[in-house]
Each structure stands twice: as C-alpha cells, then as structure tokens.
Write a protein that binds this ligand. Structure first.
Ligand code: ISL
Length: 573
C-alpha cells in the first residue's frame, strides 16, 4: 500500500485575491469576499486553498512584492480577516496555503529601506549591492550582464550610495541575500508567524533562485543582439540551495504539520527535481516544475510563437508520473496558474462549439493523474483567455506590457503588432488573472464598482458560476463528479501507477493511459486533443465500464467514439 499523507490527497484551489470577489465595491477582490464563498469552494470538492499574496505591498507585481510579511494589503482586509479566513476554512475541512515570497522583498520593505540608507547600514548585506563597472567609454555599467526576468538589466542604480542592487524581477523587487544568516532567521520568524495562526503550508515563490553563485559571474552570451543575457546558470539552484531548503525545513516546517510546494525555474531535469522532493532528502513535499505551463513558450522568449503538440504533453506527463515513484518523490498536478494563459484556450479549445467538451476533457486529464492537484479559480467553470478584440490597453500586467513596448520600440511607432497581441492573447499573465465570473450581472457579479481593477472577460453572461449551478451537463458539475471520484478512488488516481497505452504513444490526437492501484483496480483514460472526431480502439477491451464521458458510450469491441476534444474515463471494477 502507498504511504498516505493528507497533503498527497489535497485538491488545492488557487485563489487570486484581487480577482476573486469584491465585497466592498472598490473594484478589487478582498478577504471578506473569499470568506463569503467558502461554501461554494467546498462544494467544488477541493479541500485546500492557495492564496496568491495577500500581504502588505505596493502591488507593483500584484503582491509578489511584499513590504511587510506580517501585515495584510489594506484593500484586501486586515490580519483579523486573514485569521477569520483561516478559521472559516478549517471549520469546513479546508487547508490554507500561503504564498511565501522570500527570494525578494518590495523596495518598500523596512529591511530594504535600511539596507539602501547607507553603505555602512547593518542591513546593507541583506541585499546584493555592488559597485558599477566602468565601460571603455568611461560610462557606468551594471556589475554583470544579467537580464531581468521582466526585461532590462537585473541591476538598478542607486544614486544615493553610488552602487547597484540586484533585482531579478522588477527594480522594485530587490533580491534578498540568503547567504546572510540574519536574513534567513528573519524570514523563518515571519513564516512561523503565519503557521502559528494556523496556516497549513506554503507555496514557495521563485524557490530555487535563493542561492546564487557567490561571484555573480556574467551569463553566457546566448543572443549577441541583446544588451543583457540570461544569468540563470548562476542565479538558479546555486551551490547552497539545498542547504537553505533543508535548514528551512528543520527550523520551521518540521515543527508544524504543514505542506510545501516550491516553484522551480530553469533547472527542471529529473535529477535536479529529485534532489528537492525525494523523500529521504528531507526537503520539500513537491514542486511546480512549470513545464506544462511553458509548453508553448518560445525558445528565446515566452511570447515568441511555439505551437502546442500533444507529443510534448505526453512526454512531460509520462516523465514525471514515472519518475516520482523511483525516488519516492511526489507530483504537483496542474496546468494553470496566474502566470500564463488558461490551458483550455491553449491546449484544448475555447471555440464555442468545443469549449464545454474540451474543459471536461482537461478535467479528466487533471483529475486522474497521481499527485496533488491544483486548480486555478475559474477553471472549474471553464473560464477562457481574454478575447481577440481586446487591445493592449486592456492588459494590466507588466510582463506582457513590457514585452509589447520593447517590440514596438524595435519596430517603430505605428508598426503592425497583430502577431504580438496574438501571442499575448494566448500566454499573457492577464489571462490567468481575469476576475471570477459569478453571474450574469454587470462585471459578472465580481464587483459592484463601476470599474473593476481589471476588465472582466466579455463572455461572462454565458460563462458563470450561477449558470452552471444545478445544470447537470455543465463543466462545474463535471468537475464535481471527477473530484468526488478522485477522492473515493484515491488508490487508483492519487496513488495510482501511470502507464501509457502503447497503441497511442505516437498519436497526434489521442492521449491514452491507464492508472492502476496497488491492488489491481484500473482506470482507462482516453483523451481526444484534436478538433476531429476520433474512434479509439484500445487493444484490450476486457470488461471496462464507462465512468465519465460527456456522451456516455460503452466499449463494445467496435471502439470508443470520441467527439472533437472529448475525453472518456473507464474502469475495471
Ligand atoms: O511569469 C513567468 C512567465 O510568464 C515566470 O517566469 C515567473 O516570473 C516565474 O515563474 C516566477 O514567478 C513568480 O515570481 C514572480 C511573480 O511575478 C510571479 O507571479 C510568481 O508566480 C516574482 O515574484
């Protein structure tokens, strides 16, 4: 029998607080809004939530720039509201994960204010301060050639003390120096502050960027046309990374019954992953490896075109499903988060004739795999990416807007930007952050304000929670069924063994696999990722019974008909 843990059986619902529900009419979601929907959240069949950052922040990066880890962003509510939210969740058997953003702080955090005040500040070494380099022309240059993940140099000049500081994301998100022990102690204390208040764990942001190569060497020149290059070789999974994670675990996590999921960037091979999650390493419970979210990102840049092929999804799925049992690690299963487009629009289809079927098909995929399942708010009702008609001014997020601006500068004012908008429509972070669509009222019932902080998708009148409640055929009802089944048959799905169906291992249209429990219960999963009808003929017809399919059909020796984007789930019990 498998080694069972509550965090392995969790189904986690990611809440993007700004976009969930506005209770006070200021156009922004808030904690009381979330509290008022806990019964709904529970009704989906999830048993945990992950809150994207709710802490005090100037919101230059939507709260991923934290100014005080022990306070709440005022428009979201107060520490008391956060306590009430945790309490309300626990009353309903829902665990609460917080977003732990400690690779960097906001430049408005007291630590950084002290650090930047003078070269002799006691906290100077809490961040990365370096002298400028002087170019051949005598001009000041950043200490190395690293590019920021959001564009431009990773170094920001500070006039007052005449040095640069490192900020791998926005200039207002200075990187903390984890090599400094006081930094680590201070963040551990902040983590405990929330664990003592009942938080059940953390999603650890940019986890493996915390240890950098101590010399901060120039990154290799991968693109000579660019002024700055990727420094990932030297800032990702640096030499002390595992030491920090183990220390965090021993000093903090082990004292509580909590769960940890680290966000892993850049080094995503099997060996690197195993070093974080193999049980005997005593580090993290699981990782977001991001490779499914990144499948259609360009080779050089996220927004360059790179088509989705089913073969990529099949390869990534079988890689991790098969790898984890080898070293007693654990998977985080997800396709969506707040950093990209919705999987429905990118890997399924949001065209009206396919949308509902495709959303259900992806639900079967996610709901049957072994691991801890994560859904993004709105996924349960088949929310889609923003429409093609929206222009650049409807986008809010800096990552996409920065990219748009850089291309426009290169091409010149008035240039045709249709191709760029097309890729943004597919992958921009705004897509994952669109306000929840609750009902057919103005702004989808998300807010009573005249103007929400971010435009609501145009399709809210047809696609909303209220419309799908009580409709047996809706995406929401389908998710409820699959999550219920997943909980009832944990040994097949959560803990099951994945095996690709040989006959379909090269198919461009069909992803087919079985999940088998340690005691021989098996489920057969057939997923049509194409816009054509398919007839699927598994070699072994032996007594499969249809568990879930939009248009129910039995396996009768003549194969299984699958509509465009339809999925089917069969069992042998
Ligand atoms: O957003 C991305 C791709 O579009 C990623 O490269 C992302 O920047 C990276 O995965 C780190 O993400 C996390 O940290 C960022 C924050 O902006 C993201 O929202 C967060 O998920 C900085 O804190």
């Amino acid at each position: 029998a498998p080694s069972r843990e509550w965090w392995k059986e969790a189904v986690v619902y990611q809440i993007y607080p700004a976009s969930f529900l506005d209770s006070n009419g200021d156009g922004l979601g808030d904690l009381p809004g979330i509290i008022s929907k806990l019964d709904y959240i529970k009704s989906i069949g999830v048993n945990a939530i992950w809150l994207s950052p709710i802490f005090k922040s100037p919101q230059n990066d939507m709260g991923y720039d934290i100014a005080d880890y022990r306070d709440i962003h005022r428009p979201y509510g107060s520490v008391e509201d956060a306590e009430a939210l945790i309490h309300g969740c626990h009353e309903r058997g829902i665990k609460v994960l917080l977003d732990l953003v400690v690779n960097h702080t906001s430049d408005e955090h007291e630590w950084f204010k002290e650090s930047r005040a003078s070269k002799s500040s006691a906290k100077r070494d809490w961040y990365f301060w370096r002298d400028p380099k002087i170019g051949p022309d005598g001009a000041r240059k950043p200490p190395n050639n690293w590019a920021s993940i959001f564009g431009g140099s990773a170094w920001t000049w500070d006039e007052q003390t005449g040095q640069y500081y490192l900020a791998l994301f926005l200039p207002s998100q200075p990187d903390l120096n984890w090599a400094n022990e006081d930094v680590r102690r201070a963040t551990y204390a902040d983590m405990e502050f929330w664990l003592k208040k009942g938080a059940d764990g953390f999603r650890i942001d940019s986890m493996n960027l915390m240890s950098k190569h101590p010399d901060l060497p120039d990154g290799p020149i991968s693109n000579p046309e660019m002024e700055y290059q990727s420094g990932a070789l030297y800032f990702a999974s640096g030499p002390r990374m595992h030491e920090y994670v183990r220390e965090m675990r021993e000093e903090v996590f082990d004292k509580y019954d909590c769960m940890t999921v680290g966000e892993l960037g850049f080094t995503k091979d099997e060996k690197s992953v195993s070093q974080y999650v193999a049980k005997d390493r005593h580090e993290l419970n699981m990782l977001f490896t991001g490779d499914i979210v990144d499948m259609d990102f360009g080779i050089n840049h996220k927004y360059e075109h790179n088509p989705f092929h089913l073969s990529k999804l099949r390869a990534i799925t079988s890689l991790w499903q098969n790898a984890m049992p080898k070293f007693d690690g654990w998977n985080a299963i997800y396709m969506d988060n707040h950093d990209s487009g919705r999987s429905l629009s990118r890997y399924g289809s949001d065209l009206p004739q396919y949308r509902k079927t495709a959303a259900k098909m992806l639900a079967i995929y996610l709901g049957t795999l072994s691991g801890t399942l994560f859904l993004l708010q709105g996924q349960e009702i088949g929310m889609a990416n923003l429409p093609e008609s929206w222009g650049i001014d409807d986008y809010v997020d800096l990552e996409g807007k920065n990219y748009y601006r850089s291309v426009l500068e290169r091409r010149g004012a008035g240039a045709d930007m249709t191709d760029v908008l097309k890729e943004m429509r597919r992958k921009a972070r705004d897509n994952g952050r669109l306000p929840m669509q609750w009902n057919a009222e103005p702004h989808g019932g998300f807010t009573k304000a005249l103007k929400p902080w971010m435009r609501v998708n145009d399709d809210f009148k047809q696609w909303n929670v209220q419309e799908q409640e009580g409709d047996d055929d809706s995406v929401l009802s389908f998710w409820r069924r699959i999550l219920d089944l997943r909980q009832r048959e944990k040994d097949v799905f959560v803990y099951g063994k994945f095996s690709l169906l040989d006959e379909y291992k090269d198919s461009d249209a069909i992803l087919a696999y079985t999940m088998t429990s340690f005691d021989g219960k098996a489920a057969l999963v057939l997923l049509n990722f194409s816009d054509k009808e398919q007839k699927v003929d598994p070699l072994d017809f032996g007594g499969w019974r249809c568990l879930l399919k939009e248009t129910v059909s039995s396996i009768d020796g003549k194969g299984v008909p699958l509509k465009a984007y339809e999925g089917a789930l069969y069992c042998n019990w």
